[in-house]
Design a protein around this ligand. Structure first.
Ligand SMILES: NC(=O)c1ccc[n+]([C@@H]2O[C@H](COP(=O)([O-])OP(=O)(O)OC[C@H]3O[C@@H](n4cnc5c(N)ncnc54)[C@H](O)[C@@H]3O)[C@@H](O)[C@H]2O)c1
Length: 220
């Protein structure tokens, strides 16, 4: 029996990259997966792939950066799969045009990155935890980043969200331990996903060269 059998699992930003791989892995272990994304083409593609392999999955189009989007996704998971056990708070953006220092970064770009990368964590906790309590517990897994621990130039908004997310994880885990809800973070290094490829291309880098250099920086 799969380790996630009968578990209802939400993956935010699950159409591409780390979220898509995680959605496949949860479904392979018999989880009932609700994928949230705004890229409908990619969302429908990963949904079809998982269904064809016999997995249980639904793709729902919703914006993780706004309350109505997060509420909708939780309600869809509850109506289809009877509750919520696990939320993989994975969604994140680092648009190529955000690689600017604080003087040059437009306020609206700062706000959007904060909404998608950090506010979404609060919103998903707000709407999913009442249902986790009904099930007697649950888990929230946050994708933070090495950039929450150590930064680089020109990424003020992204770095702030990742540091903030690590702090939020510690805070939520204190508040909800009594409800048997664990809140944990993972801090990936560089992973070859559309986000990384877009960042290299968008900032004028040579894709093959930069991917090679990045791989060398991560010894196996
Ligand atoms: N790839 C890396 O090297 C790396 C390293 C450290 C941390 N991370 C973190 O891992 C997470 C996933 O990154 P990735 O590389 O897989 O990214 P990605 O860009 O490849 O995939 C992100 C997915 O989120 C979706 N998305 C974007 N905005 C959304 C919104 N408002 N609502 C719903 N969905 C939305 C996108 O459509 C996409 O499907 C992010 O939190 C990122 O910060 C990535």
């Amino acid at each position: 029996m799969g380790i996630f059998k009968n578990k209802s699992i939400i993956v935010t930003g699950g159409a591409l990259g780390i979220g898509a791989a995680a959605s496949e892995a949860f479904a392979f272990e018999e989880g009932n997966v609700t994928i949230m994304d705004i890229n409908d083409e990619a969302g429908r593609k990963i949904e079809k792939k998982i269904l064809e392999k016999g997995g249980n999955v639904q793709y729902i189009s919703a914006d993780a950066g706004i309350g109505s989007g997060c509420k909708k996704i939780v309600e869809k998971a509850v109506s289809s799969y009877g509750g919520v056990d696990i939320v993989f708070n994975n969604v994140g953006i680092q648009p190529p045009d955000s690689y600017l220092d604080a003087v040059d970064l437009p306020e609206e770009v700062w706000d959007r990155i904060l909404d998608v990368n950090l506010k979404s964590r609060f919103l998903m906790a707000k709407y999913s935890i009442p249902y986790m309590r009904e099930r007697g517990g649950g888990v929230l897994i946050h994708t933070a980043s090495v950039q929450g621990l150590q930064s680089m130039g020109g990424v003020s908004a992204y770095a702030a969200t990742k540091g903030g997310d690590l702090s939020l994880v510690r805070q939520l885990s204190l508040d909800f331990a009594k409800d048997n809800i664990r809140v944990v973070a993972i801090n990936p290094g560089a992973i070859d996903t559309p986000m990384v490829r877009n960042a290299i291309l968008g900032t004028g880098g040579d894709l093959e060269l930069e991917l090679e250099k990045t791989a060398e920086a991560h010894p196996i």
